[in-house]
Structure formats: structure tokens, C-alpha cells
Write a protein that binds this ligand. Structure first.
Ligand code: ZN
Length: 449
């Protein structure tokens, strides 16, 4: 499925829907799409709305959307429901909002649910918000059905977060405060015609007076009766007042940075997980392991080690090829091939006095090419070049604990050049094994910290 960026930016409903499906499924093209979208974001006001189920959030969102429509603004609504097995608007089919808002071309409504076993709901929701922002919606409202961890995280990424309460919650306020009290920039007591509204307000005020916001904002409390369209104007004013407050100081930038940080971690988590599973295990293997954990055959931590395997192994032994040492007559000349022609990058050059060499480090994935240049005629590299004219001089293997590896080799009768590690390039501990013990290969052990 390809998405037309031009149509998307022009606000074409079908292009928007397709784009959201693309990021939701994480299919090919999602990355390119989001790269293109990013530059066009930052104009919409993103409003997050959360609160306990039954607080009347949906009606409140609908009325707020209508309020903005009356002002001629375009409104995008994303409804996050991790408990729903459906998405793409299916669960909204039976909701009243489709009748009142669904036919309006300037309102886009979409629901999002959990995708697959790997989660990614928060990432997908944030991407959907960015898409609506880029598509020119003035307001993007993110509504969560519950107050789960996922949902709280999602609402945190909004410019303004609203927490909706209802009168008579009593102890519930205490119960939910840990999760959502601190994220509310504005509080709405909905169904304010109910008994106990004053008490709820007092309790809320008491809790807020104890809270310490880093930006010193005093969150307003607004009373609404969404079903009767009451208090919506006040809510809108409260949202604007926080917006204005943010713009005064650097609070807005601090918040944007915190959100970007969180999104980076989310995306990284998803990306690394996907990559790792692609490399080391399929869904079937995960399932297999889960079964073995359930039957106590293996514990969780060992299962993870089994999956992650040697790439991230933390044992004392051999890990991976740290670098290949290549002897050159002159590094600067050699870079003509390795950097200019081949495209590697020289990230570090240094003289290692101890070994009478100058080295240049050129990373390739987890390993590197180490170019070596003699600094004097009695350098071992000079002798090597004299004999062979250059070439691969040594192979360096990264180890977890160089001392224990050396002790093991010594016990097995391996001939060591260095029985005690010395300091090599970049302050690493290194030790060489004699070629006569390693089929003519000069082997270097490296321990990086
Ligand atoms: Zn080396």
C-alpha cells in the first residue's frame, strides 16, 4: 500500500486513513512516510484526554470537537483502546459520534488498538497524531478509553493533557492519583449535575495543592456536563490558558524535549526488538520459550539469554572480532582506498608508543579495520612490511575478562607473547598470542573496559 504524501498533506481523508494504517501495521514504507511527515508537523494543538471509564470522555471529546468546528477549525480525533481487538474505526460504528461528527469532512475520527504481540501502540498513536498534524488539522484530540500505563504514556505526549473525573468517585480519586494526577494540565469534573460535585472538587484541590509541578503551573478545574453541552467553552478557555502559559517560558520546549526523548526510547525499543527477533528468533520460537517458562523448564532470565545469545553475551570469554589489523607503509595514503573509495570512516587516529605504531580505526558494524603504520624502523610493523609488503597483520578478538582468558590459555599450553595484558589503542587492555600456537595467525585479545 502506498500513500500519496501530497494528498495526505492536502488533507485527503483516504490518504490519511491509509497513512495511519501503514504506521499502525509498521509495514514497509512507514519509516519513509514518517520522515516525510515530520517536517510538516508542529502546527496542530494536540489535546490528550484521559480518565476512568464511565467519566463520559467520549461525549466530552465530541462536544469539544463541535466547539472547535463552530470556530471553523478542522479536528482530528484518535481514540486509543488497548482492550479492543478491533481498529480502523470498527468499534466506533455503534457510537453516536459517528452520526454527529462522522459525516463532517473536517472531522477525522480513528480508533487504535493494540497491534500484535510486540505492542507499539504508543508509537503508532504518536505517529497517527503527527499524520493528522501534517494533514492540516488545527486540533488533534487523543482520547483514551482507560487509564492503563500505555494510555497514560500516550496522553503525556499531548501539548495539553486533560484528566476527566466524575462526582462521587470518593476514594477513587486517591486510587487513580498515582497514575494520572500528575499528568493533568487541566482537570474536568464531568457530569457536574450529579451529587457530590463540590466534594470531588475539594478533594481534587487538596490533592493538587500537594503536587509539585516542575513548571509551577496551577491546573484549573473545570465543571462540565458534556451531554448538555455545558462547560465546554470553559474547558476550551482552560486549554488555551495552559497553552499561553507554556508559550511564556521555556516550558513548551522542555516538554517537547521530554516527549521527543520518550518517543526515541519507544521507537528504539520497537526497532531493536524487531531487529533482534528477525535475527535470533521467530514468533514460533518465542511461543516455544513461553511454553517452557510456563512449565518451569526454564526461567525468564535464562530464556532471554537464550534468545539474545552471543551478540550481547556478558561472559568472560570471546565475544566477537573487535578488529582486523592491516599493516600499511603509510596510513594517510591507505585512507585513499579505505575511506575515499570504500566509504569507511576514520573515527580515531593515535600513536601507540609501546608498540611503535600509529593506528587508525575504521568501524564496520561491530568490528573495525585497524590500519597500522610503523613509527620507527624497529617497529614490529616495519619488519612485517619488509617481509610481506603489507597485508593482514593480526586478528583481534574482544573478550569479557582478558586475565581469565589468558590464564585459561596458559593452562592449556598456548604460547603467549603477553602473559600480562598491556595498554593498547584507546586505553584498552590487550595481549598477543604467538602465531606458532594459532596456525600462523597473530591473535590479539582486547578488553574494552
Ligand atoms: Zn590491534
Amino acid at each position: 500500500m502506498t500513500v500519496s504524501i501530497d494528498k495526505l498533506l492536502a488533507g485527503d481523508t483516504r490518504a490519511i486513513a491509509r497513512a495511519i494504517t501503514t504506521v499502525e501495521n509498521g509495514v514497509d514504507g512507514a519509516v519513509e512516510l514518517m520522515k516525510a511527515v515530520f517536517a510538516k508537523t508542529g502546527r496542530a494543538l494536540v489535546i490528550g484526554i484521559t480518565g476512568a471509564p464511565g467519566a463520559g470522555k467520549s461525549s466530552l471529546v465530541d462536544k469539544l470537537a463541535l466547539h472547535y468546528r463552530d470556530k471553523g477549525e478542522r479536528v482530528g480525533i484518535i481514540c486509543v483502546d488497548p482492550t479492543s481487538p478491533f481498529s480502523g474505526g470498527a468499534i466506533l460504528g455503534d457510537r453516536i459520534r459517528m452520526a454527529t461528527l462522522g459525516l463532517d469532512k473536517n472531522v477525522f475520527i480513528r480508533s487504535m488498538a493494540t497491534r500484535g504481540n510486540l505492542g507499539g501502540l504508543s508509537r503508532a498513536t504518536a505517529d497517527a497524531v503527527a499524520i493528522l498534524d501534517a494533514a492540516g488539522f488545527d486540533k488533534v484530540i487523543v482520547e483514551t478509553v482507560g487509564v492503563g500505563q500505555d494510555e497514560v504514556e500516550i496522553v503525556k505526549t499531548a501539548d495539553v493533557s486533560i484528566v476527566v473525573l466524575v462526582p462521587g468517585m470518593g476514594d477513587d480519586i486517591q486510587a487513580i492519583k498515582a497514575g494520572i494526577m500528575e499528568i493533568g494540565d487541566v482537570f474536568a469534573i464531568n457530569k457536574a449535575d450529579r451529587e457530590g460535585v463540590l466534594r470531588t472538587q475539594k478533594e481534587l484541590e487538596a490533592l493538587l495543592s500537594l503536587a509539585h509541578r516542575p513548571d509551577f503551573w496551577n491546573p484549573p478545574i473545570v465543571k462540565t456536563i458534556a451531554t448538555e453541552n455545558k462547560g465546554i467553552e470553559d474547558l476550551s478557555t482552560a486549554i488555551e490558558s495552559y497553552r499561553a502559559f507554556q508559550k511564556q517560558g521555556d516550558a513548551s520546549l522542555t516538554r517537547k524535549k521530554a516527549i521527543a526523548h520518550w518517543r526515541l526510547i519507544e521507537l528504539l525499543r520497537e526497532r531493536l526488538l524487531t531487529d533482534m527477533l528477525r535475527r535470533t528468533g521467530s514468533e514460533t520460537e518465542l511461543d516455544d520459550l513461553a511454553g517452557r517458562i510456563a512449565s518451569k523448564e526454564i526461567d525468564l532470565y535464562s530464556a532471554v539469554e537464550e534468545l539474545v545469545g552471543p551478540t550481547l553475551s556478558k561472559g568472560p570469554g570471546l565475544r566477537y572480532i573487535n578488529h582486523l589489523g592491516v599493516a600499511t607503509k603509510g596510513i594517510d595514503e591507505a585512507l585513499g582506498f579505505w575511506v575515499d573509495a570504500l566509504g569507511l570512516e576514520n573515527v580515531h587516529t593515535e600513536v601507540v608508543e609501546d608498540q611503535k605504531v600509529r593506528v587508525a580505526m575504521l568501524p564496520i558494524g561491530e568490528s573495525r579495520i585497524e590500519l597500522l603504520e610503523p613509527t620507527s624502523d624497529d617497529s614490529p610493523i616495519s619488519k612485517f612490511i619488509e617481509k610481506r609488503g603489507g597485508g593482514i597483520h593480526h586478528i583481534a578478538v574482544e573478550v569479557g575478562d582478558i586475565e581469565s582468558v589468558l590464564a585459561k590459555l596458559k593452562a592449556k599450553g598456548v604460547r603467549l607473547i603477553d602473559e600480562v595484558p598491556r595498554t593498547g589503542a584507546e586505553g584498552c587492555l590487550v595481549a598477543f598470542i604467538h602465531p606458532s600456537s594459532a596456525n600462523g595467525v597473530l591473535l590479539e585479545l582486547v578488553q574494552t573496559k
